[in-house]
Design a protein around this ligand. Structure first.
Ligand code: PA5
Length: 467
């Protein structure tokens, strides 16, 4: 039985007039039709009219395409090839460094944090079931972090034969020209060449590359003949690329079930195109967010209940910011992890400015058995009364209590409920939020694709660097 997510906006609906919801429904329907038309235009390969560019609708049907291709071609399909490359990397290397930034990083990080053991890198190889330790770099210009990671990898050229001594690099950049990733790649490529030997068969296996069909990284990749190379399709933008090789190869290296991940996403697309409002997580989430934004709630707060979801929230921060933060408009995303942040931001959310719509992300069933609360003969902290409760019970009370407190002050909340954290449920979440972002763009008349504003800092940095 798939772990189907539920989106429940009822607590926020209460403060909206029925007229407001009724008035947004036809707009949502129009936006859904606009997205359908865009997919058709994208599929037709006709030239895209200037006012619609860029149009990166490729992500919408991509999960089903990959699944269909797997069924038709098996190992020869892209998914089959990703599985084979991931197996090779898993079996031959004990550490894998993933280089990438923005859309070429945040999806893999979200999957790692949500689905791998919280202390994965500290487990023995057996306890990791042969999955390499995973590191993320190339996502900043942090010299200390870069040096520390490179120096931690085995350096001596004497023994790169046994799996525990071997480390690999996966470089991910669609444009192939992003400074942070490109610099880090130089550093790890140099270290790998020193360790495995420039041009050696080992080196060709130790570097994998995921990049666009053209560009600087593609040129290096072709010249060096790395063994595992995957393309990032042209019609899928960086922050919409988690379900391409960008997220899938790292996920497969982590030992995750990428077919289930894609299935969750494909099912969400299907539900988006067919389900009516009221039963359509994409349209319902977009409609509520839009109505609240129109009445001044510009902050879109993703309130995650558990550490594993923080990076999913950061992934969404990028998605919403770069897609809708244009023309002086667009909601501001903020991710919090509770109950941790109840002790930092909680006061603001309860009594501060009425500029927020809170979406709780709640996982019903935890991955590991719940921790009990031990009893002691002396009860100084007065906790013996809870000895029959678990930490999960306390969390449930905190979720309910916090939301009751918000409701008592008419603070709007909605719930995104996942039966458990799994590849399938996360596939749904990613696709739901990507589709919702596009629908919201169409509602507001903002092109959700492209990120022209990001260029300004890049240009200024390059000018200063060259000066
Ligand atoms: O959404 C986007 O396109 C960006 O955030 C990119 O993902 C990010 O800038 C990294 O780009 P690249 O993959 O070209 O290195």
């Amino acid at each position: 039985m798939p772990d189907t997510l539920r989106y429940d906006p009822s607590a926020a609906h209460k403060y909206l007039s029925p007229v407001a919801w009724d008035s947004v429904c036809p707009l949502l329907e129009n936006a859904r039709q606009a997205v359908r038309d865009e997919v058709q235009l994208y599929n037709s390969k006709a030239s895209i009219p200037a006012h619609m560019q860029p149009l990166d609708s490729g992500f919408i049907e991509w999960p089903q395409r990959l699944l269909d291709e797997l069924k038709a071609k098996g190992d020869a399909s892209q998914l089959g090839q990703i599985q084979i490359a991931a197996k090779r990397l898993r079996e031959n290397f004990d550490r894998v460094v993933l280089l990438g930034i923005g859309g070429s990083y945040m999806g893999a990080k979200a999957l790692f944090d949500a689905l791998c053991h919280p202390f994965h890198n500290e487990l023995s190889r057996d306890a990791r079931r042969g999955v390499p330790r995973i590191y993320f770099e190339g996502n900043n210009l942090d010299s200390d972090a870069l040096r520390a990671l490179v120096e931690m990898l085995p350096q001596s050229a004497s023994a790169p034969k046994t799996v525990n001594d071997r480390w690999a690099t996966v470089v991910i950049s669609k444009s192939g020209g992003t400074l942070e990733t490109a610099i880090a790649f130089r550093v790890f490529r140099k270290a790998a060449e020193d360790y495995f030997g420039a041009g050696s068969a080992d080196l060709k296996q130790a570097i994998a590359s995921i990049t666009g069909e053209t560009g600087k990284l593609r040129n290096v990749t072709n010249e060096q003949g790395y063994q595992s190379v995957f393309p990032i399709p042209d019609g899928i933008g960086g922050r919409f690329s988690i379900l391409t090789a960008v997220g899938l190869l790292p996920a497969a290296i982590m030992g995750l079930d990428i077919v289930q991940l894609l299935q969750g996403a494909a099912d969400m697309t299907q539900s988006f195109f067919t389900a009516p409002t009221g039963q359509n997580p994409v349209l319902d989430y977009t409609g509520i967010g839009h109505l609240y934004e129109m009445t001044g709630q510009h902050i879109r707060l993703l309130s995650t209940w558990g550490k594993k979801l923080e990076s999913v929230g950061f992934w969404y921060d990028q998605l919403l910011s770069e897609s809708i933060g244009k023309d002086g408009r667009g909601a501001t995303p903020i991710t919090v992890v509770n109950t941790r942040d109840l002790h930092s931001r909680g006061q603001q959310h309860q009594e501060g400015c009425r500029d927020k719509l809170i979406t709780n992300v709640i996982v019903e069933q935890h991955a590991l058995p719940a921790v009990g609360i031990p009893a002691f003969a002396t009860d100084h902290d007065d906790l013996n009364q809870y000895q029959k409760k678990t930490v999960s019970n306390v969390l449930s009370a905190a979720i309910q209590g916090t939301n009751e407190a918000y409701a008592a002050d008419r603070r709007p909340t909605t719930d995104l409920v996942l039966p458990k954290l799994s590849e399938y449920s996360l596939g749904q979440v990613f696709q739901m939020l990507m589709l919702a972002t596009v629908v919201e763009g169409r509602l507001l008349g903002i092109n959700p694709y492209g990120q022209p504003g990001v260029e300004a800092y890049k240009k200024a940095t390059m000018r200063l660097l060259k000066g």
